[in-house]
Design a protein around this ligand. Structure first.
Ligand code: 13P
Ligand code: ZN
Length: 262
């Protein structure tokens, strides 16, 4: 099977390039994973990587993920060396394709697999988890309260349609060491009822049914954060208020997270 011919794989690789073009994927920053539904039973395991966590509902599934230390800017040009196709088992994963010049799956594998597990329970159409160092969203974590309600409300107030893109709100994790099972578990817990998690002073995790959807979600968060940073130091003369947010939510047919609007 030529996995590079699958349309979803093309979209995955394009998203890696798009993250780089945004300026959000310096060096090896960021990682993407996508559940693939095709039948890969003809592919044999090349090698195995142990898992120190258990991602419920993921055993038997196949996941495409960028490699640790690999540069997202190179993924589309050279997928076989920068990306891995994994078959997930209970306590390990098998490499079925990719990482041809060596290496391991992303160091954020726990956050990816545990988030897939959490999102699939909330939304059967879920397929993609994306982590990137989105500039404005990260910058905002230095100057804004990290309270999730306050953070979300500010973002909603910054762009008329923001409430449509993330009505469940944006989750925020305080600074933690990255690449650990602990940050993976904390991220997945937030993902159980939201699609986007900001890691203070580090980056953003977004999810969706496709690479376009996950990337689009992170773009909307980052754009709202950019408006905030462009205006936070200026006298605000008018803004979108709560009754306008309610009006917008009604027009768009979305239900804002309970208790977030006044
Ligand atoms: P990896 O190269 O291991 O995917 O790590 C990049 C990153 O952004 C860690 O948070
Ligand atoms: Zn990162």
């Amino acid at each position: 099977m030529d996995i590079l011919r699958l349309p979803a794989v093309g979209e995955f690789l394009r998203a890696a390039t798009q993250l780089y073009n945004h300026g959000w994927a310096e060096r090896n920053a960021g990682n993407i994973s996508m559940i693939l539904d095709e039948d890969f039973s003809s592919l044999k395991s090349i090698k195995e990587f142990p898992l120190s966590f258990s991602a419920e509902g993921m055993s038997g599934r196949c996941v495409l993920i960028t490699g640790s230390g690999k540069y997202l800017k190179n993924a589309e040009r050279d997928p076989e060396n920068n990306v891995a196709l994994l078959r997930i088992k209970d306590d390990r994963c098998e490499l079925l394709w990719g990482l041809a010049d060596g290496g391991k799956p992303s160091s954020e594998l726990a956050a990816h697999l545990l988030s897939h597990s959490a999102r699939l329970k909330a939304d059967p159409a879920h397929r993609v988890v994306m982590h990137t160092h989105a500039t404005h969203a990260v910058a905002m974590t230095f100057v804004h309260s990290l309270d999730e309600r306050e953070f979300t409300r500010t973002l909603w107030q910054m762009a008329t349609e923001a409430i449509m893109f993330f009505p469940d709100g944006v989750a925020v994790l305080p600074w933690m060491p990255c690449g650990t099972d602990e940050i993976g578990r904390a991220t997945a817990e937030k993902m159980s009822d939201r699609r986007v998690v900001v890691w203070a002073h580090h980056g953003v995790f977004g999810s969706g049914a496709s690479p376009d959807e996950a990337l689009g979600l992170i773009e909307t968060v980052d754009k709202a954060a950019e408006f905030y940073l462009l205006t936070a130091h200026l006298p605000i003369r008018q803004k979108i208020n709560d009754s306008q947010l309610r009006e917008m939510a009604a027009v768009l047919g979305v239900k804002p997270r309970e208790g977030y609007l006044i």
